[in-house]
Ligand binder design. Structure first.
Ligand code: KIV
Length: 271
């Protein structure tokens, strides 16, 4: 039997066991109670309260504007819905890069005010000290390397990262630094599949990919993309499982028509 079926509550240890047993880890983003309860009921292993909320919930072009208070609001809603999944919360831009004390304070606020199980932050050796301090305080940390959206203005493009040998070697080095600093897992975003597989082989902790190929230990996608709520975002790594955009659009048009034509409410739909 797979570990997935036996587990009542997913922990960071479960993820490590899954990697060791060769069972892939499933992870999706969630930002609100209703969606999180459906994803948890489906048996998702990890729910990420991603700072992609800045894009898909708030309509910003980048992840930079979202605040710690806003992330905490989303995380509280998700935690209330979840029985089984491990809930990980992104530390937003500007709440951990200053110094390790600031990083720890932000992580503590998330853990105290939301009831989530872990935090995620972006970067390599430059956040090593912060990771050590947060893990030292008892808070599990997930790393994030490759295309790190909080650095989009440094990259200047959302293109695939680490295609060149030097950047690939540096990414592997950073993954080892994150592992040694105490991260329980690392997200790798938009890098060549061969590099994703290499990193997954070279570290003990689970590597969860988004556009990092099939050779990593698990996959994460943004829920709005998977369900087809967003329609203009179509990177090669995305598989859409639904076209909710069309379904919601058509249902709303039908509702408007029914109201205008006095079809709704009918006799059974009133007191
Ligand atoms: O914020 C987010 O949704 C993320 C995923 C893309 C991994 O960090």
């Amino acid at each position: 039997m797979s570990i997935h079926k036996e587990i009542k509550k997913v922990t960071t240890h479960t993820l490590l066991n899954m990697k060791q047993a060769g069972e892939k880890i499933s992870m999706l983003t969630a930002y609100d109670f209703s969606m999180a309860s459906i994803l948890d009921e489906a048996g998702i292993d990890v729910l990420l309260v991603g700072d992609s909320a800045s894009n898909v919930m708030a309509g910003h072009e980048t992840t930079l504007p979202i605040t710690l208070d806003q992330m905490i609001y989303h995380a509280q809603s998700v935690v209330r819905a979840v029985n089984r999944a491990l809930v990980v919360v992104d530390l937003p831009f500007g709440t951990y890069q200053g110094n390790s004390k600031e990083a720890l304070n932000s992580a503590i606020r998330v853990m105290k005010e939301t009831g989530a199980h872990a935090i995620k932050l972006e970067g390599g050796a430059e956040v090593e000290e912060s990771i050590k301090r947060i893990v030292g305080a008892g808070v599990p940390v997930m790393g994030h390397l490759g295309l790190t959206p909080q650095s989009i203005y440094k990259f200047g493009t959302y293109a695939v990262r680490a295609k060149e040998e030097a950047e690939a070697a540096l990414l592997l080095e950073h993954a080892k630094v994150l592992e040694a600093a105490g991260c329980f897992a690392i997200v790798l975003e938009k890098i060549p599949a061969s590099l994703g597989a290499l990193v997954a082989q070279q570290v003990r902790i689970p590597i969860i990919g988004i556009g990092a190929g099939a050779g990593v230990d698990g996959q994460v996608l943004v829920m709005h993309d998977v369900l087809g709520i967003t329609k203009d975002f179509s990177p090669r790594f995305l598989r859409r499982y639904l076209d909710l955009h069309s379904a919601i659009l058509n249902a709303t048009k039908q509702y408007i028509q029914d109201v205008k034509q006095l079809d709704f409410p009918n006799n059974e739909e009133q007191y």
